[in-house]
Design a protein around this ligand. Sequence first.
Ligand code: SF4
Length: 358
Amino acid sequence: MKDFLKPFRDPGRMEELRKRLLSFRFGQEMKIMEVCGTHTMQIHRFAIHQMLPQGVKLISGPGCPVCVTPNEYIDFALELAKGGLTVATFGDMLRVPGSYSSLERARAEGADIRVVYSPMDAYEIALKQKGPVVFLAIGFETTAPSVAATLLRARREGRKNFFVLPGGKLVPPALRALSSDPQLKINGFLLPGHVSVILGRRDYLFLEKMGKPGVISGFEPVDILQSIILLLEMVRDGRAEVVNNYPRAVKEEGNKRAKEFMWEVFYAGDSSWRGLGLIGNSGLFLREGFSPYDAFRAFPVNPPPPRKNPACRCGDVLKGLIDPPECPLFRRVCTPENPLGPCMVSSEGSCSAWYKFG
Ligand code: SF4
């Protein structure tokens, strides 16, 4: 373990926090939703579920970008790849099943699909070839600034063979939608650390007006336990505040420069999320000045009508309506080796976290 992590994984401190947690008593079930795939993984890795007081439940929300990307997007990307374009994507997207196939299968069938670690890697591919390269720009506020920076470079350099397929999503509109869904009855949010580095605390203040407490949390067990305690204190006292419990990384106003990049290139429009449906102003689309780089416009292919795998309950998992083991396919048929839905594919997906750590 790296030295700087030691205080955040200190067993004595964790035990102290666990005891504090167990002192809470609620007469009814309290649901805390985490909306970050890394939190989901850490909560399972450190068995934080098992440290909660009776009646308090942690549920996973739409915190994994691959998981919330709908089939239509993957189907469109597949058509581009099958049409002979080079498609560059983050590795997690490869195995996500679309309506009829996956990028991995298309690659096995000869499509030119490359795995990259950043949009700039995809741009480097475009620099080395004449044919078009399409980058699958999925992700939350954490990824969008680097996509924007890459597009600004492409425009500056007059690059004509680099495109993006805009699929980015914004976390606050999803939180708003989840907060106002009466079916879900969420008592508070564990707010994502990485996204909050970009957004800052201020961008979540609408939660206070909606009566939902939120705590921005780091990723180490001590961070998460402290954040849950802060949330439960607010729930117990009937307060709904947004607290920054990750001040070593998150500022009040976030990363202004990154946000400027992002909004120079993108605008917010209505976007479809797997499981959550269409959410107003929750998607990132390219501004008019960047339309020549928009693969949706440049390559108007016609994928077959999307269809869902009716057996996969990934949508319900993403809404926190069920835990993955409640899906009849979990572990029996759907495994990381044979994933039937994105929640099992992505390393940040809830099904994958439950499978690995229980
Ligand atoms: S276990 Fe597999 S099939 Fe079931 S919800 Fe998760 S990803 Fe879908």
